[in-house]
Design a protein around this ligand. Structure first.
Ligand code: NDP
Length: 481
């Protein structure tokens, strides 16, 4: 059986513990690999390698760093099919989605930051005729990069590419649930000629390997994407060491459909925003709010489209809804479906484990796309992140009410607004407490724009020059004239 090892100082190495964890395919429940059970000793070794590599890498000219990152992008592209398959097997996501979204985005992440560093500018400030100030932006050292299981390669490369493009070295800790593409990426990074120690990958549980990284005194910067509760733990350990921290956390995103919306677009896109990746995308719109005059029509169309979604073997290119990432996670999501009913909600469709799955995936962790009505915004199902193929739908009567409903959670990651009225779109977008607002679309990403959450959805912004600013430190030099 395949063993997934740590990648430290350019080499694949067994974990110091000598122990391995099972890596399970969500669609079948079968063990497909063993993964290094890394911990503090492995993190120490990785941080030491990254520290040694830092001086050489930060002095490598930007043009050369760019060339190497572009080579990584080319290698991801050359191994596109294999990476898409690994991602699908490892996470339960439909291979069609991995091909359409995850792998192309990983390529783009490397290309984007490889070329961004060739165009980066810095600022200068004249103090009358007395002094010239100019700002240097310098890498910090070893970047700690912690990523979740829902978009494993997409989010890992979103961190590694800007971190090393800016001249840092790195230690990455992918989710122990989905180590496969991180392992393959490490090999491609070595093949591309990125020097040993610039990128290190330590596998293992968050509570040991992850925490060892956030608490490591020689790691001055942490970029973390994951749940809000874990984000608080990261802050607890990184805070006393005054690390630079970026947290991309959970969401409970509203999807607001006004009566004048173009339903030809709003319905299919809302299906995507509700159920893509089984609802396991932080940006999924899990709370639908629909203006009362079109509520019934929207609901009819939305339910019909939900029932048409093809659930099945993630490796079948026709599958639209795959398996949830783990048995425990499916139980958690099912718990919310039960809770919705206890809270007085009605399950309009879904809520069950699908019958008639293909033979290969009968033992997998599937759940039907689920639509729940009849709950008001105070209920836990509209307050807590479920992170599965479950949406609630609620009518509203005015823009003010829609805004109040949308803003009624502790989260503030993203929102969608559907309307043909331009003024209303701008007014509502400005009033929503969300790091990102999409108008008449969803998940349309331009990598130059700031990305991050308000309230308990995160701290800091990444994306474009915000990422390069995060992964560097500003130093002002004041020269008396
Ligand atoms: P977790 O918070 O459980 O884990 C995220 C990462 O942190 C994993 O690598 C995990 O390792 C690691 N980790 C766990 N505990 C600790 C710890 N104490 N110290 C350091 N690292 C730790 O999130 P999930 O993996 O369950 O991902 C789902 C969550 O991520 C959702 O809430 C989702 O909304 C959020 N998310 C946010 C995004 C955003 O951009 N805002 C994007 C995508 C997801 P391991 O898994 O091995 O335990």
């Amino acid at each position: 059986m395949k063993r997934i090892l740590n990648f430290i100082d350019g080499q694949f190495r067994p974990p110091a513990s000598g122990r391995y964890l099972p890596n399970v395919e969500p669609a079948t429940g079968r063990v497909i690999a063993e993964i290094a059970d890394g911990g503090p000793e492995d993190v120490d070794a990785a941080v030491a390698a990254a520290s040694r590599a830092f001086e050489g890498w930060r002095r490598t000219p930007a043009e050369e760093r760019s060339r190497l990152l572009l080579r990584v992008a080319d290698l991801i592209e050359a191994n596109f099919d294999e990476l898409a398959r690994l991602e699908s097997e490892d996470s339960g996501k439909p291979i069609a989605l991995a091909r359409r979204m995850d792998v192309p985005r990983a390529i783009l992440n490397f290309r984007f930051f490889a070329t961004a560093i060739l165009h980066a500018e810095t600022s200068a400030h004249m103090t009358d005729d007395r002094a010239l100030n100019y700002t240097l932006r310098q890498p910090l050292g070893v970047a700690g990069l912690i990523s979740p299981w829902n978009l494993p390669l997409y989010l890992l490369t979103w961190k590694i590419a800007p971190a090393i493009a800016a001249g840092n070295t790195s230690v990455a800790k992918p989710s122990e649930l989905t180590p496969m593409t991180a392992d393959r990426l490490a090999a491609l990074i070595a093949e591309a000629g990125i020097p040993p120690g610039v990128v290190n990958v330590v596998h293992g549980p968050g509570a040991s390997a992850g925490r060892a990284l956030t608490a490591h005194p020689k790691v001055p910067l942490i970029s973390f994407t994951g749940g809000t509760k874990t984000g608080a733990d990261v802050m607890t350990h990184a805070g006393p060491l005054f690390k630079k921290v970026s947290l991309e956390l959970g969401g409970k995103n509203p999807n607001v459909v006004f009566a004048d919306a173009d339903l030809e677009q709003a319905v299919p896109t809302s299906i995507q925003s509700s159920f893509s990746n089984q609802g396991e995308i932080c940006l999924c719109g899990s709370r639908l709010f629909v203006e009362r005059p079109i509520y019934d029509e929207f609901l009819d169309r939305f339910l019909a489209a939900t029932r048409r979604l093809r659930i099945g073997d993630p490796l079948d290119p026709a599958t639209e809804v795959g398996a949830l990432v783990s048995d425990a996670h499916r139980s958690k999501v099912e718990g919310y479906v039960a809770l919705a009913q206890e809270e007085g909600g009605r399950i309009l469709t879904g809520g069950k484990r699908p019958a008639n799955l293909p033979e290969r995936v009968r033992g997998g962790w599937f759940l039907e796309p689920t639509v729940i009505a009849g709950l008001d915004c105070s209920k836990r199902c509209l307050q807590e992140e479920i992170f599965g193929p479950v949406v609630t739908i609620t009518p509203f009567d005015s823009p003010e009410e829609a805004i109040a409903y949308a803003n009624s959670t502790r989260y503030g990651l993203s929102a969608s607004v559907w309307t043909r009225d331009l003024q209303k779109a701008h007014r509502v977008a400005a009033a929503l407490e969300s790091g990102t607002v999409w108008v008449n679309t969803w998940l349309l990403r331009d990598l130059r724009v700031p990305f991050g959450g308000m309230k308990e959805s995160g701290v800091g912004r990444e994306g474009g020059f915000d990422s390069l600013a995060f992964f560097t430190e500003a130093k002002n030099v004041c020269v008396k004239l």
